[in-house]
Every structure is written in C-alpha cells, then in structure tokens.
Design a protein around this ligand. Structure first.
Ligand code: GRG
Length: 307
C-alpha cells in the first residue's frame, strides 16, 4: 500500500534548500492523499476542506524527520509512513486552529488563504478536529508493528499534542500576548508549542526503528534541541522573510505584540541561541552508532531555511 516513490514520477516539490530531502516530502504528500482518499463516507464539503488543507506545499519537516530517524537506525522508512503522515495531520490541524480569528487570526498560510477564509470558521474548526482524530485512526489502521509499538506511538503523539504539549504552549502564547513574560516561560512556551511534536516525530521513528534506551535518550535530546531552534528561526523568519517566500503574512508577531525570541533577545542573539541549540543537537548524536548524516543535515537546514 505505501507509496515509497521508487517506481513513480512523484510530484516534485519546489526545492526548499539544496540539501532538503524533497523526495521524502513528496512521498509524504502522496501517502497523505492516499489516506484521505480512502475515506468514502464523509461529506463532500469536509473532504474538500481537508484536501485544501493537506495539498498546500508544507515542508513536511516532522514526517520527514520521522522517516530519517528510522533510516538512521538501519530500518526501512516505508515502515513509518502511517505514523509520519499521522504526525503531519496533527501539525496541519494545529495550523488550521492557530490561524482562526479567535487565536492568531491569519489570512494566509503556505501561500494560500487560510482554511477558515475559504470554508468559514465553523468548517475550519471541524476540519481541524477531523484531522486530529484521523491521525490516531491512521496509526490504528495502517501502522505495522506489534500492539505494543502502536500503543507507544499513540502515547507519544497524544502526549505531544495534548494538555502537556502543543495545547499547553498555545495557551501560554495566547494568554501572554502583549503581556510581559519571563525568559524561562518563553522557552517553556516554545518547547511545548513546537518542540514537543518535533520530538514526538523523532521518538516515533526511534520506536519503529527499535532504538535501545541509550540511543532513544540521545535522539530525544537531539529532537528537543532542534525543536527549540526550529521555533526560534520561525520567530526570526516572521521578521525577515516576505510573504512571497514564506507564504504567510510577514511581521505578524510584532503587530500582535507576541512574545518571541527576537522580542526578548533581539535578532542577533536569537540567531546565536538557535545556532547553539543546533550544535547541542548534533553533539547529542555524534557519539552514537547510527547513520547520522541525514539527521545532522536536517538540523543544519533549520539555520539555513527561508520558509
Ligand atoms: C486546540 C485551539 C487548539 C489548538 C491546538 C493551535 C495549537 C494547539 C497549537 C499551535 C501550535 C503551533 C501553530 C505552533 C507553530 C509551530 C510552527 C513553527 C509552525 C510552522 O511549521 P512549519 O514551518 O510549517 O513546519 P509548514 O507550513 O512547512 O508545515
């Protein structure tokens, strides 16, 4: 069932940087479409809003990270496609809800109008809800492995998304907008809002790849560090990139008085902190016996990315 891209002329995504594994992102795109198309009993409007939200040029950073982690452990990345796609569905749900008028009120995402701008707020909320639930369904239905592996994956992804994960970070983000925040709480917010799902992506790959505890611990540290660096560079890009490149409205954080690394430390220091975190991530995996080049490459991509 899995589309591994080996015998296909897959849709070439616009190259994100010279070193980004675009072919894996393309494979994720096609497998996402396969899962969504396998649903037959859903209202046409919901199918349309889901397709609109899925087919839209995201980098697929989290699922790619999951696949690369499996490969780094000597496994077949094909084995992780359901879990990787499930994580992308959760990420997509979080973006749809994040863009809502009652949260960040964004009109553009990935170069297109946001889901609520096209389908209305009610349908956008429901589209996010559907993607969230279907993420777990895809793992239950398609993920290979023992029941124990499936339970560990569900646990990992649910924890990263829930009240002690992404939602916690988002609540702090919303509550502290235009209010003073401490450095510690700012880092906590970024860790929950963004790093947790990135960490779950690596840990899910490590579960599927059968990583022993010592390697799991190093990979977890790697992921926590790149997760924080990813959000810091996101904050910087909000200031430095244009709508044409990023596909979302530029300068929104400052306009909304959001707490970000640049607002706390300035751009130069924020860039240094992101650089330190990427170095810490690479150091974490440098001493372990895995095929680490592609994970190092993806960590370095975070500092080079333009969107
Ligand atoms: C239950 C209302 C409710 C919310 C769920 C909304 C939410 C919790 C969390 C949002 C968390 C969030 C949007 C974090 C931002 C993370 C981030 C850096 C997004 C951009 O990710 P990229 O660059 O985007 O990977 P693409 O478009 O490439 O997928």
């Amino acid at each position: 069932m899995a589309d591994t891209g080996k015998n296909n002329n897959y849709i070439n995504k616009e190259n994100i940087t010279g070193s980004y594994p675009d072919h894996l992102a393309g494979i994720i795109d096609r497998n996402l479409l396969f899962y969504i198309n396998s649903y037959k009993n859903l209202p046409a409007l919901l199918k349309k809003s889901i397709m609109y939200s899925i087919k839209n040029g995201g980098k697929r950073f989290r699922p790619v990270l999951c696949l690369l982690t499996v490969s780094s452990l000597g496994g077949n990345y094909e084995d992780a496609l359901p879990a990787a796609c499930a994580i992308e569905l959760i990420h997509t749900y979080s973006l749809i809800h994040d863009d809502l008028p009652s949260i960040d009120n964004d009109d553009f995402r990935r170069g297109k109008l946001t889901c609520h701008k096209v389908f209305g707020e009610d349908i956008a909320i429901l589209t996010g809800d559907a993607l969230f639930a279907e993420a777990f369904n895809i793992i239950l239905k398609y993920q290979a492995g023992s029941p124990d592996i499936k339970i560990r994956l569900l646990e990992e992804i649910a924890h990263a998304s829930g009240a002690e994960g992404m939602v916690a970070g988002q609540v702090i983000d919303v509550f502290y907008t235009a209010k003073k925040i401490s450095k510690k709480l700012l880092e906590f917010m970024h860790d929950k809002k963004t790093a947790k799902l990135i960490t779950a992506s690596v840990r899910s790959g490590a579960i599927i790849g059968g990583a022993p505890e010592n390697i799991m611990a190093k990979l977890t540290l790697y992921a926590n560090c790149i997760g924080l660096a990813f959000q810091i560079t996101d904050d910087i890009l909000d200031i430095e990139t244009t709508m044409e490149v990023s596909g979302k409205t530029a300068g929104k954080d400052a306009a909304q008085n959001k707490n970000t690394f640049p607002s706390m430390y300035g751009i130069k220091k924020s860039r240094e902190i992101a650089g330190r975190k990427v170095k810490e991530a690479i150091d974490a995996i440098s001493g372990i016996d895995i095929k680490k080049d592609s994970l190092i490459n993806l960590a370095e991509f975070i500092l080079k990315r333009k969107k």
